[in-house]
Design a protein around this ligand. Structure first.
Ligand code: GTP
Ligand code: MG
Length: 290
């Protein structure tokens, strides 16, 4: 059977996480219209017993690091570069192709790479043909596949292209599992996603989420999480007038978490101020950015 690591790279907002979710058919990675949504390498497995196990990894969008948090994010990209059997290089059809090319070239990939032209549903006139001509001659481009991750167009074609490059081997992970990440990780991510969806500007970039308690009781699961921000003013915004905003975060996160773990959830959220946590080694570690 075919088995191996297929790692997803690209600029922020290219649709990497949307693609991972569409390929797996489950919401594994959080998604938002804002850049730098993903901060970890997120592994998810696609199993067809006896035929293949594809271990996909979503990674943070590639950027120049400004904080230690960004360095950790780019560390996640580097780890995914090291064990890839196949690389998917995601390009937003409306992005600047030169900038994508500069990044893909700098990755110095030694494994077969598929350029995945995403968001073809919203591509400006001529952009698709332009992308095909532009990437065709690039040394890293073994194949170009055009898709819409959002509308799930041409995904079987992409999977066929991936399988053609994937080595033969035994599965690395149990065929029952979807991921090697703990439930607590996904829970923290679902809370973080609501912050990306509810708040404009800079707030999401100053925020981390930490799960302090995850207790399975008879009738429900009790979860207590801290939302970490850098300043008191941000704490006030997250809480909102009479607690309106934090209530909204809690309600929509709880609905997602209940669906994910298939249990009733009691979710308690606190907001804590930790100045400059994004540059603090100990705090980064505490919040799961190793
Ligand atoms: N129109 C359209 N939008 C898409 C498509 N795929 C993703 N998007 C949108 O693009 C935005 C970014 O998607 P993400 O999946 O979070 O992008 P990402 O590459 O993981 O971004 P980072 O984690 O920030 O690097 C979201 O608003 C998605 O809904 C697509 O095929 N078509
Ligand atoms: Mg992402």
């Amino acid at each position: 059977m075919k088995s191996g690591f297929v790692n997803i790279f690209g600029r922020p907002n290219a649709g990497k996480s949307t693609l991972l979710n569409a390929l797996i058919g489950e919401k594994m990675a959080i998604v938002s219209p804002k850049v730098q949504t993903t901060r970890h390498r997120i592994k998810a497995f696609l199993n067809k017993p006896g035929e293949y196990q594809v271990i996909f990894s979503d990674t943070p969008g590639i950027i120049d690091p400004k904080y230690k948090l960004h360095e950790r994010m780019m560390g996640a990209v580097k780890s995914a570069l090291e064990d890839a059997d196949v690389a998917l290089l995601i390009v937003d059809a409306n992005d600047q192709f030169e900038e994508c090319d500069a990044i893909f070239g700098a990755l110095r990939l030694a494994v077969p790479s598929i350029v995945v032209l995403n968001k073809i549903d919203g591509a400006a006139n001529g952009k698709i043909a332009e992308a095909e001509a532009f990437f065709a001659g690039k040394p890293y481009c073994r194949k170009l596949v055009k898709i819409s991750a959002l509308q799930q167009v041409h995904l079987p074609k992409l999977l066929d292209a991936i399988l053609a490059f994937l080595p033969e081997g035994d599965p690395f992970y149990s065929e029952e599992d979807l991921s090697d990440m703990p439930t607590k990780f996904f829970v923290a991510e679902m809370i973080r996603e609501k912050i990306y969806q509810l708040f404009g500007d800079e707030i999401p970039y100053h925020t981390a989420v930490m799960i302090n308690e995850f207790k399975e009781k008879e009738s429900l699961v009790k979860i207590q999480a801290d939302i970490i921000v850098q300043r008191e003013t941000q704490k006030a915004i997250i809480i909102g007038d009479k607690g309106k905003m934090i209530k909204q975060i809690g309600m929509s996160a709880r609905a997602d978490i209940e669906q994910f773990i298939d249990r009733k959830v009691f979710l308690e959220l606190f907001v804590k101020v930790r100045p400059k946590w994004r540059d603090n080694e100990m705090q980064l570690k505490e919040y799961g950015y190793n």
